[in-house]
Write a protein of this length. Structure first.
Ligand code: THU
Length: 161
């Protein structure tokens, strides 16, 4: 008897090629993420990332990557923004996050894929507040949107389950 089972995990994403097609709230968030990218501290990678977090109280908190001469000590834009948002408003869930990046003085053509550590941090936020976080990854040629972090992190680790 064979009990082995192959299954597929499907994540739904929405792609946009034009900012105009997006909801005003999402466009505003993208612009905040783009502004934040411009002031990132990234002298080593020269890859400046900006993230903007929209909270359920409608406040927007921005962050950008902060590098360090001891490379692993630096922090990604997403975690700077998420940690600050939760430090400032410990009881307010996150509604959405937009991410953009500048390389060679231009915003990247392709959407910025969040690193695994940032995905894990956002997942914790979703679980903690029982509130899905919409993810918006900006690229000049394409913008990708997902309605939950769980779509970015299938089979995730969760200590409490
Ligand atoms: N980085 C971010 O800030 N966010 C991401 O999603 C990917 C990578 C930063 C880390 C480092 O400062 C630089 O980009 C190059 O990896």
């Amino acid at each position: 008897m064979i009990s082995m089972n192959k299954r597929k995990i499907i994540s739904e994403i929405t792609e946009y090629t034009d900012l105009e097609e997006m909801a005003q709230e999402d466009r505003t968030l993208i612009h905040k993420a783009m502004n934040a990218a411009s002031t990132a501290y990234a002298p080593y990678s020269k890859f400046r990332v900006g993230a903007a977090v929209l909270l359920e109280n409608n406040e927007i908190i921005s962050g950008n990557n902060q590098e360090n001469a001891v490379f692993p000590v630096g922090l990604c834009a997403e975690r700077v923004a998420v940690f600050y948002a939760h430090a400032k408003y410990p009881d307010v869930p996150i509604k959405s996050i937009a991410v953009s990046a500048i390389h060679d003085n231009n915003f990247t053509d392709n959407p910025v894929g969040l690193c695994g550590s940032c995905r894990q941090v956002l997942l914790e936020s979703e679980n903690r507040f029982h509130n899905d976080v919409k993810i918006i990854m900006f690229g000049r040629n394409k913008i990708i949107q997902l309605s939950s972090v769980k779509d970015l992190l299938p089979l995730h680790f969760d200590l409490l389950k």
